[in-house]
Design a protein around this ligand. Structure first.
Ligand code: GLC
Ligand code: CA
Length: 522
């Protein structure tokens, strides 16, 4: 386990929307280098960069055409290496996005794979043996290649699935994971990883990490075996590099070799019911909703098994949002979000902050889809640096040349305004990250223990190591007798509050939590 992860706080940068330095309307690597001090000042010590590879951009870069070449619109390979170096000088780690499950249909491998004559890449993708026979249950394309056969897709039409094999082979054309061609796919993936790790990147966020071997069972043992093998390479040759999965099943992902796994927004799961429970009938019952919010039990019943079942292998990553998810501002107001962030940044594991969430950027409802973004496009609009500058300081380009239009709302937040307002969410985020860096008990490894929660009650009291934390997202003040606390802390007395939002008090025998409050006691 890379030691730096235990106190890592990540900042996710969507490169095309962060900072444009050459006026073409698209963010670039130079723009990220320019803002490293900003990231550092906020307290983040690691960055996850969404794909920066050469791509036709039909899925915003998740359709990779060349894994070893930076897309021209972002700069050059040398620029990226300079970003690694500059970041390292400031003690900031950089994770790249690894897309192992599919390439772009314009990747050289795929073009070769489409050829009628057999060649080195014929089996690099999953092909049937007839242009008229599909692939049961999986999306596929037929009639596009000279070669006889249909090929499997992993996501959009532009993303053919790479061939890591099929677990329970039932068709003649299927290859098992131990087939030499499938092993070659895996080795090609390792080669890409080594290419960037050797240049100084600090690891990878792994896209659709569970999608390698096509298998019908949930335990994903064959896909897992590939990651276990890759982890061996990392432990041996790059012990300080991190591997973080987009999987949302930490019991699986961490056991197979990932250091951390994202807690993603899946309808009804523990993360979803905290801040994004808006699809449930009868309105939004998200725990952090002041009015109408639920008790913490739904969260705990989903989270605790994940946590207990994975903590000995690695970390769970809470996110404020990501490039696939509506920003939390869509459903929660700023006072609700401050409490949610207080919770996320004091939980075990490795937290991720999505660019712009530190100033409460909005989810843009009516933007036209960009590069396969569709409803996700609203969370990918350009960073708002300074309201008084053209395009909020994001770019000098004319407004119609911007990657995605700027937020045009009168109350669109910006970094400069947020920094001028001591009450802004920016300072909440900054102080929470600072608190986390100060107390080891708030970092990745210290244990989480529920101390008090009850069906129908809004508050949650919990422990991280020796610290006692309490949150009340509701509109009314709550009193709890410390005698009702679980575990061996009947004797909690007048703890020192080291952090607070709203009014809270812990006296011997009673904890009082004002409306919308959060506190950490020592
Ligand atoms: C992941 C990415 C998403 C992308 C998809 C296909 O879910 O986060 O943005 O479209 O994989 O690569
Ligand atoms: Ca640019």
């Amino acid at each position: 386990m890379p030691a730096w992860l235990s106190d890592a706080v990540f900042y996710e940068i969507y490169p095309q929307s962060f900072n444009d330095t050459n006026g073409d309307g698209i963010g670039d690597i130079e723009g990220i280098i320019e803002k490293l001090d900003y990231v550092k000042e906020l307290g983040c010590n690691a960055i996850w960069l969404n794909p920066i590879y050469d791509s036709p951009f039909k899925d915003a870069g998740y359709d990779v055409r060349d894994y070893k070449k930076v897309a021209e619109r972002y700069g050059t390979n040398d620029d990226l290496v300079r970003l690694f170096d500059e970041a390292h000088k400031k003690d900031i780690k950089i994770l790249l996005d690894l897309v192992p499950g599919h390439t772009s249909e314009e990747h050289e491998w795929f073009k070769k794979s489409c050829e009628a004559d057999r060649n080195e890449f014929s089996d690099r993708y999953i092909w049937t043996d007839s242009a008229f026979c599909g692939i049961g249950g999986h999306p596929y394309i037929g009639g596009e290649a000279e070669r006889e056969g249909c090929y499997m897709l992993n996501f959009f039409k532009c993303q053919p699935a790479l061939n890591y094999g099929v677990l329970n082979k039932t068709e003649k054309w299927q290859l098992t994971p131990d087939h030499p061609s499938c092993i070659e796919t895996r080795e090609a993936l390792k080669d890409i990883m080594r290419f960037w790790l050797d240049k100084g990147c600090d690891g990878f966020r792994v896209d659709m990490a569970d999608s390698l071997v096509k298998e019908d069972d949930d335990d994903k043992s064959a896909t897992g075996a590939i990651w276990t093998d890759i982890r061996k390479m990392m432990d041996r040759d790059y012990p300080d590099a991190a591997l973080i999965s987009e999987w949302c099943n930490p019991q699986c992902a961490l056991k197979y070799g990932f250091h951390a796994d994202f807690y993603l927004d899946h309808h009804g799961n523990g993360y979803n019911v905290l801040v994004r429970d808006c699809e449930t009938e009868g309105g939004d019952h998200s725990y952090f909703k002041k009015d109408g919010g639920d008790d913490p039990e739904r969260f705990l019943s989903d989270y605790l098994p994940r946590y207990e079942g994975s903590r000995k292998y690695g970390y769970i990553s809470f996110i404020t949002c990501n490039h696939d998810t509506p920003r939390v501002t869509k459903a929660l107001d700023i006072s609700e979000i401050k409490l949610a962030y207080a919770f996320f940044f004091t939980m075990p594991g490795v937290p991720f902050l999505y660019y712009g969430d530190e100033i409460g950027m909005k989810y843009l409802e009516n933007v036209r889809t960009k590069e396969g973004g569709y409803q996700r496009t609203g969370s990918r609009s350009p960073m708002q640096w300074d309201k008084d500058q053209k395009n909020f300081g994001f770019s000098d380009a004319e407004a119609d040349k911007l990657y995605i239009p700027m937020d045009s709302a009168a109350d669109a937040p910006s970094v400069t305004e947020a920094k001028n307002d001591p009450d802004s969410i920016y300072y909440t985020v900054k102080s929470l990250i600072d608190l986390r860096h100060t107390y080891e008990d708030l970092q990745a490894d210290a244990s989480f223990k529920k101390v008090y929660s009850k069906k129908g009650e809004r508050i949650l009291v919990y422990r991280r190591g020796d610290l006692l934390l309490a949150v009340n997202p509701g509109a009314s003040e709550v009193h709890v007798k410390t005698g009702d606390f679980e575990g061996n802390i009947m004797d909690v007395i007048a703890g020192d509050m080291i952090y607070g939002i709203g009014t809270t008090e812990l006296t011997s025998g009673e904890l009082v939590l004002g409306a919308q409050s959060f506190a950490v006691f020592k």
